[in-house]
Write a protein that binds this ligand. Sequence first.
Ligand SMILES: *Cc1c(COP(=O)(O)O)cnc(C)c1O
Length: 219
Amino acid sequence: MSVEARLEEVKARIAKTEAAAGRPVGAVTLVAVSKTFEADQIRPVIEAGQRVFGENRVQESQGKWPALKAETPGIELHLIGPLQSNKAADAVALFDIIETVDREKIAHALSEEIKGQGRLVRLYVQVNTGLEPQKAGIEPKETVAFVDFCRKELDLRIEGLMCIPPADENPGPHFALLAKLASECGLDRLSMGMSGDFETAVEFGATSVRVGSAIFGAR
Ligand SMILES: *Cc1c(COP(=O)(O)O)cnc(C)c1O
């Protein structure tokens, strides 16, 4: 199957699940995760109409996205991988949405760069719903206070929450927890669901799903 056909199939599965869940068609944004794929492999997906993409590394993204963004207006690029504060300047310069804000140090660095560069980058807080030691994200019980801190102390525009459930667990309870935390924070955007579980995420209220291999093929 071509990459265009796989893109259409993913979009159709999202639409079908939205309808089955009683959600408006188009309620869920598809973030096409293009990490490890080169500009030449991404271009057909842009030509097929996709405008929202996700990458997990700042440096890799700098090698391909400035040119791709220059070619096609209206691209929206999401950073979905962990961010180090020494990369905050580069991340703010390139990405439109940073989904992985998860500690005070990075929130401070982003706040300074956003002010300094005058770029209105939209932000999500990543939550480690499975309390996995090797995984990034703030602990669920610290989420409300952290979002509050980002807003009040740093004047950051937090739009939503993001999570990556443990690979070997049923994702539903993790998606439900993220939705509950978002509502406690007064946030209505939820980035959750990947190739293996995006339909479940749509059922649990995802407003964006991050889908890589189901579109681009195996990495
Ligand atoms: C790679 C990645 C995805 C996409 O994963 P697939 O299983 O290929 O759909 C989604 N979210 C994050 C944070 C990722 O790093």
